[in-house]
Design a protein around this ligand. Sequence first.
Ligand SMILES: [Zn+2]
Length: 273
Amino acid sequence: MKEFISLVVPPKEKVDPAWWFAIQDDNVLVRQESSGATIPRSVEFVQSGLRVSRQHYLGQLDGCHCYAVEVPEGAPPQGMAFEGLRKIYGRINEDLFALAGRALQIIDWDRTHRFCGRCGSETRTHTTERAKECPKCGLLHFPRLAPAIIVLVRRNQEILLARARRFTTAMYSTLAGFVEPGETLEEAVIREVKEESGVTVKDIRYFGSQPWPFPHSLMIGFTANYASGQIMLNDTENVDLGWFTVQNLPPQLPSEMSIARKLIDSFLNSSPK
Ligand SMILES: [Zn+2]
C-alpha cells in the first residue's frame, strides 16, 4: 500500500500530476486500460472539458495531490467511463479504489448537507476541517459514517452463515448489523447474533475493519464462539441460515473484496482439510 495523508486544505498552487476523482451520480470517472482501469490525472481531466460543481481536496497519495470533484452532467471523454465502485473493484489499484470510495462519500456528504438539520440555514464548507458549518447556529455537520459489526460465529468445526433477504443471489455470509447509539461494539455483536439467529455468543475478538462505501459504512469485524441456544430463522432478515463445515460450504460465498470473505477464509485456513 502507498502512503496516504488525509488533508483538507488544498495546496496554494496547482501541482501536477494530481489524481482527479470525478464523481457523476454514484459513479467514478475511470480511464480504461488493457490491464484494467485507472483514475485520470489533472491534465487529462482538464482536457475533458467536463464542468465541476463541487470540489474537495482529499490529501496526498505518495506525495501526489488528490481531488474529489462532482461532475453534474456530460459524457465521459474518449477512452473513459463513469463506473460504479463495485464494477471497478479488482480492475483498479487498491489504493486508488480506497480513495475513489472516499471521494464518492465526501461528494455525497457535500450534496446531502447543503442545509443545516437544526435551523434550516444554508451551510458552508469549513475551511480547515472536513465539516459543513451552519453560519447561523454554528452546528457542524461531519461526513456521515455508519459503524456496523460483522461477525463470524464458530461452533467447533462449524460456522454460522446466513442468506440475507437483501442478497440478490444465493450467497451466504456472516451476520452483520448496524451499531445502535449507546451500545459498545461487543454489545452490538451479542444483540445482532441473538436477533438474527437466536444464538448466544462468547469470546468476542476483534478481527479487523473495512471501509464499506455502499453507501457509507465502516465494517468492524469480529470472531465469536457459540455459547448456547438453538438457531432460529428470523425471516424479516434472512431467508435461510445454518451451521456449515469446510466440507459442506454453501455454493456461493461473498466476494473476495469483502471483510465477510476474509473472516470466512480465516476459518477455512485454520481448519483441518
Ligand atoms: Zn443551523
